[in-house]
Design a protein around this ligand. Structure first.
Ligand code: SF4
Ligand code: SF4
Length: 347
C-alpha cells in the first residue's frame, strides 16, 4: 500500500493515531532523541539521526523482572512484573539503519528461547521509517554492511521525503493498519510520486559514505589477526566509558541483579540492566582473573562480536552502519578505521 502525505498533514495523521502512544524525534539539549509526542502540531521529521537508537522501546535500559518480599519465618513472596500492559506505540522517524537493527535483536532474543520481556514490548512497537535521501551523518556506512539509505528491512512503514510531501509505503500488516488509521490525512500516491521516490533512492544509494574494504573477507581476516598488536594500539585512547556500546542499536548484553531495598523484612526487586563489554568487570571472574583485562582485548571483543562472531552464529553482520559509536566516542575511536586496519592494514 503506497500513499502520499502532505507534510502539513503529519499532524492529522498523528491525531488519528490516538489509540497509540506516538513517539518522534525531538531536538532537546542540542541533540535529537525520540520523545512521546504531546502536541501533534510539534511532530516533525526534520531530524538528522537520534543519538539514542530506538532499541529501548523493546529492550529498556533498566526493567524490573519481579519484586520480592519475605516476612520473618515465612517463605519469600515473588510478584512478577511483566510489561503486558505497555501501550502500543508508533515510532516515527526511524532511520533505515536502525530499522535493520530490529531483526538482528529479534534473532538474539528468540534464538534459543523467546525472551518474553523483550517480545511483550517488541510486539507492541510499530516502526515508521524515514528514508535518508542524504546521509544524516558523515559517519554513516549502512551501504558497507549490506544496507541501504532506503532499506525497508525491519520497518512497518517507510516514508520517503518528496519535497513538500512524503511517499508512505506500508510494509507489514501493522504498517497497513497505521496507514489506514490516517484516513483522509493521506492521499493516493501518483505514478509521479513513486517515480520521484525511486529517483531519490537511486541517488541516495550513490551518495558517498564511509567504506569498509572488501567486507566479505573481514570475518576471516579478523580471526587471522586475533592476536595482532594493532588492537592494543587502536584502543590506547579508550577511556572505557561504554558510550559506543550503550548507543549501539544492536548491542544487547545485559546483567541481572537483585536490588535489595530493605533487609529486615527483606524487600527488593530483580532487575535487568544493559551491560557493556567495554567495562573491565564485564568478564571479571569471581576469582579476580579477567580474561579481557586490556583495552585492546575489549575493543577486539566489540569489533569481533559485530564482524566475526555474529556472522558465524547468525550469518549477518551485527553492525548496521549507523555511525553512532564513531560520532559519540569522546576520544575518536572509529570502528570503520579499526576494521580496515586490523583486517586489511589500511588506514
Ligand atoms: S566510546 Fe570510545 S572511549 Fe568510550 S568505551 Fe567506546 S571506544 Fe572507549
Ligand atoms: S557498531 Fe557502531 S556503527 Fe555499527 S551499529 Fe553499532 S553503533 Fe552503529
Amino acid at each position: 500500500m503506497e500513499k502520499v502525505l502532505k507534510k502539513d498533514n503529519l499532524r492529522d495523521w498523528v491525531i488519528a493515531l490516538s489509540s497509540y502512544e506516538v513517539h518522534a524525534p525531538a531536538f532537546e539539549d542540542e541533540v535529537w532523541n525520540f520523545k512521546q509526542v504531546e502536541k501533534p502540531e510539534d511532530a516533525a521529521l526534520d531530524h538528522t539521526n537520534t543519538v539514542k537508537p530506538p532499541k529501548d522501546f523493546s529492550f529498556p535500559q533498566r526493567e524490573v523482572y519481579c519484586e520480592f518480599a519475605q516476612k520473618k519465618g515465612e517463605a519469600p513472596m515473588v510478584t512478577e512484573t511483566l510489561p503486558a500492559l505497555a501501550a502500543p506505540k508508533v515510532v516515527f522517524g526511524v532511520r533505515p539503519c536502525d530499522g535493520r537493527a530490529g531483526p538482528r535483536n529479534d534473532t538474539v532474543f528468540s534464538k534459543e528461547f523467546d525472551d518474553i520481556y523483550y517480545w511483550m514490548r517488541r510486539k507492541k512497537v510499530a516502526q515508521v521509517g524515514l528514508a535518508c535521501n542524504t546521509p544524516p551523518s558523515r559517519n554513516c556506512f549502512c551501504t558497507a554492511v549490506g544496507g541501504s539509505p532506503h532499506s525497508e528491512d525491519g520497518l512497518d512503514v517507510l516514508m520517503v521525503d518528496l519535497g513538500d510531501s512524503y511517499l508512505v509505503k506500508a510494509l507489514t500488516k501493522v504498517g497497513e493498519e497505521i496507514v489506514k488509521a490516517g484516513g483522509k490525512a493521506l492521499g493516493n500516491a501518483s505514478a509521479a510520486d513513486k517515480k520521484t521516490a525511486a529517483k531519490a533512492k537511486a541517488d541516495a544509494e550513490k551518495a558517498p559514505m564511509r567504506e569498509i574494504v572488501d567486507i566479505k573477507t573481514v570475518p576471516e581476516n579478523l580471526q587471522k589477526n586475533f592476536d595482532s598488536e594493532v588492537w592494543g594500539e587502536m584502543a590506547q585512547a579508550c577511556i572505557g566509558c561504554g558510550i559506543c556500546t550503550f548507543l549501539c542499536p544492536t548491542c544487547h548484553c545485559f546483567d541481572i541483579n537483585d536490588e535489595v531495598t530493605n533487609v529486615t523484612p527483606l524487600r527488593g526487586q530483580r532487575v535487568r540492566t544493559w551491560d557493556n563489554c567495554q567495562f573491565p568487570d564485564f568478564t571479571m571472574h569471581s576469582s579476580g582473573h579477567n580474561p579481557r583485562n586490556t583495552l585492546g582485548a575489549r575493543l577486539r571483543q566489540r569489533v569481533c562480536h559485530k564482524f566475526l562472531y555474529f556472522v558465524q552464529n547468525h550469518d549477518t553482520y551485527q553492525c548496521v552502519g549507523c555511525g553512532r559509536c564513531i560520532s559519540e566516542c569522546p576520544v575518536g575511536i572509529d570502528i570503520v578505521a579499526v576494521v580496515n586496519k586490523v583486517a586489511h592494514d589500511v588506514g
